[in-house]
Design a protein around this ligand. Sequence first.
Ligand SMILES: Cc1cc2nc3c(=O)[nH]c(=O)nc-3n(C[C@H](O)[C@H](O)[C@H](O)COP(=O)(O)OP(=O)(O)OC[C@H]3O[C@@H](n4cnc5c(N)ncnc54)[C@H](O)[C@@H]3O)c2cc1C
Length: 440
Amino acid sequence: MKFDVVVLGGGSGGYVAGSVLARYGKKVAVVEKEKFGGICVRAGCVPSIFLYDTSFLFTRLGEIGNYKGMSIKVSLGDIFSSRENLIEYLSNAGRELIENAGGTTLLGEAKIKEGKVIVGRKEIEYDKLIIATGSSPSIPKIKGVEDGLTEDQAVNLDRVPENLVVVGGGFAGVEIAQFFARLGSTVTLLTKGKILKWLSEEARKVIKDSLEWDGVSVVENCEPVYQDKRFLKTTCGEFKAEVVYATGRKPNLPEGIDTLSIETNCNGIKVDESMRTTNGKVWAIGDVVDKERKVAHSAMLEGVIASLSILGKDVKVDRSFVPQVVYTDPQVAVVGKLERAVKSSVFPLKASTRAMIHGIREGYVRLGFDSDDKVCYGEVVSQYSEEIINVVTLAIKAKMKAEDLALLPLVHPSLSEGVSNAAKALFNLDVDVFREKHET
Ligand SMILES: Cc1cc2nc3c(=O)[nH]c(=O)nc-3n(C[C@H](O)[C@H](O)[C@H](O)COP(=O)(O)OP(=O)(O)OC[C@H]3O[C@@H](n4cnc5c(N)ncnc54)[C@H](O)[C@@H]3O)c2cc1C
């Protein structure tokens, strides 16, 4: 069996790379050891955001209806089988899209041996290889940790635990803590330092307040010591609860990778801007790569970049403005580099007509501008910030200046109008915001 390109892993990065290469006429095989779709579909974005949406509707719909003069009663049905159906659909779609493009899919764990890919009894030769094997939960090395659940398992639970301790204050930890609290669990969130340490103080406070509003007890500066079934001893006390460890991830390096002369470190495989490794025949994409912000859209983009690079195009990935969203209520989204900003401006959503119609009372759009007056950073706290941050990402890519953004006719009333209004604040044009009155 010989292919032009073999892709190891059929997740967010792998299915994109396999599909692009097949569409452009390459004989390509994508090997997946579990289910196509990868972590994003099976145990990441999809189940997590599904439960975020569900718990939002469950707890907020009555309140929103009330605000709008309606009476809405919501009860929980079988949300878990609806989640399963969606995962199953998207996983099958991942495999079918590769095949529809003309690629081959193979199920089984891929290992590297003597320059070939081994899947079960099959030996596969290749001209080029893409490693897209993703990442797995990295759990603390404490006694009894195997009695707990990983983040991948937590988002796939088919019940609502009565008492839950979530260890880890990254995006997965806070999302899991909030949606289970909203669905009825008593939740404690323990973090080594502060929650979401990469966010601004202001955004972090909004999330912390919102978690506490939902009944999550947030305990910072605390670490687990040992677990014994449903008992957890920590540096800040003892808990009787089921435990979820959302304590980061480690790259999945396929067996035999050491025979390929590829440079790696504990965060993953080293690549250049075209996703090529230190072995000229091998590319790597997604969570298995040594990089910051390991998110699905970055893995998917890298799948395109690696494929175009293999097709002989001179393309490079730019990681300076990969947006990231925390799916809490409200959502927090950031993009770009705050450290490059020499000035910033804010538009509070309480001044937004669309936010008022929605019933949103908190949140903001903040923009940062560099020394050339170009937008270089965005931070959005709001419902739908996943959509608003995409507007800021476009503006950063287009190197828009503050004045360009301030004079942009964005739809009124809309939440993303807040992007233009934030820029308007720099020119005293943010007329929807009440000015503070000063005594003369
Ligand atoms: C709880 C949680 C929530 C998340 N939420 C978001 C979100 O909202 N937005 C976002 O952008 N990202 C989110 N992520 C991150 C996102 O899921 C990952 O960044 C993304 O899945 C990475 O894609 P990938 O293709 O690199 O790896 P994966 O999607 O992990 O795919 C890798 C695939 O390779 C397979 N594989 C591994 N080893 C082998 C082998 N030897 N042979 C064959 N196959 C192999 C695996 O089974 C897997 O299917 C979340 C992650 C988690 C855990």
